[in-house]
Design a protein around this ligand. Structure first.
Ligand code: ARG
Length: 298
């Protein structure tokens, strides 16, 4: 009898805990964080490490994020995503911690709650919404197809890319991989983890061409004049967003305020100009070695 009472009691207790959770969740859903000021949001923001903003990125994507060489030839993270990430962290009063990895890894880390934000030139692809919350758009770029100067006459329209004999590159987990499958279904689509490797393979002839973000293709073409931006590729979910941990709506609202501030005070425009300059600079090698760093001479 005692046992039965115990069971009933614990069932009632569990039910009320669940009910509590449900009503708490409802309350959370009802809150309009986007109407709050940054000072109102700050105390509501919980990050995975208190006091820190943990950000994942994929530094193979100049001028968004890449390794620039400092004076002593040390690879340092650079790019307008990196500068904007610092701005966002300062705006929130948090210390920024950046974890570099391959692009598809950034999405996994975010969706499994191992990072607060991801900044890797994300396109707001609707399929991605199950892995992250999107911030407002902070940059609007376009998509393109690249090849080499030597092969440029072969590629004058998208239909030219769709031949069984072609090896066409795109990054794993990116919208470019989707664009490649949609626009060049008969070709052999080669998905690689790093954009820098894709560019290298186009240049050494292992790939006939690749789908890349236009500003990125242009940045690499400055360093590697053999690279040829052949044509624009239409894509619907244009623009780039910050990816925010799915369960962190207050952080999403605060990131949006930071983005707005960075646009309004001219910082973002400056970050983009600086990143383009650094990406084209003499000290920048551009291609990462196997272990993910910029190879240094000698
Ligand atoms: N905008 C594309 C996407 O969201 C590509 C982003 C790749 N980013 C990078 N850092 N490699 O799928």
């Amino acid at each position: 009898m005692k046992k039965l009472m115990c069971l009933i009691l614990s069932a009632v207790l569990m039910l009320s805990v669940f009910a509590g959770c449900a009503s708490q969740k409802q309350d959370a859903d009802a809150i309009d964080y986007s109407a709050m000021t940054i000072e109102e949001l700050k105390p509501l923001i919980k990050t995975i490490t208190s006091g820190k903003l943990t950000m994942v990125t994929s530094p193979d994507f100049a001028p968004y994020e890449f390794y620039a060489l400092s004076e002593n030839n040390k690879p340092t993270l650079a790019g307008f995503d990196i500068a904007l990430a610092h701005y966002i962290a300062d705006f929130l009063g948090l210390e920024l911690e950046i974890i570099p990895m391959d692009f598809d890894g950034t999405i996994t880390e975010l969706s499994t709650g191992k990072a607060d934000i991801g900044m890797a030139g994300y396109s707001p692809d609707p399929e991605r919404e199950k892995s992250m919350l999107f911030s407002d758009i902070y940059y609007t770029g376009t998509q393109c197809f690249v090849t080499t100067q030597a092969n440029k006459d072969q590629f004058t329209a998208i239909a030219d890319t769709n031949k069984a004999e072609y090896q066409i590159g795109a990054q794993v987990g990116s919208i470019q991989a989707k664009l490649a499958k949609a626009n060049s279904p008969d070709a052999d689509i080669v998905e690689l983890g790093k954009v820098t490797d894709i560019i290298a393979e186009v240049l050494n002839g292992k790939l006939d061409g690749a789908y890349v973000e236009t500003i990125v293709a242009e940045a690499y073409a400055k360093n590697y004049p053999d690279l040829y931006v052949a044509m624009d590729v239409p894509y619907e979910a244009a623009g780039n967003v910050v990816g925010v941990n799915k369960s962190n709506a207050p952080l999403q609202a605060a990131v949006n305020l930071a983005i707005k501030a960075a646009i309004d005070d001219g910082s973002l425009a400056q970050f983009i100009a600086d990143a383009n300059e650094t990406a084209a600079g003499n000290t920048y090698e551009g291609l990462l070695s196997e272990d993910g760093v910029v190879p240094t001479e000698g």
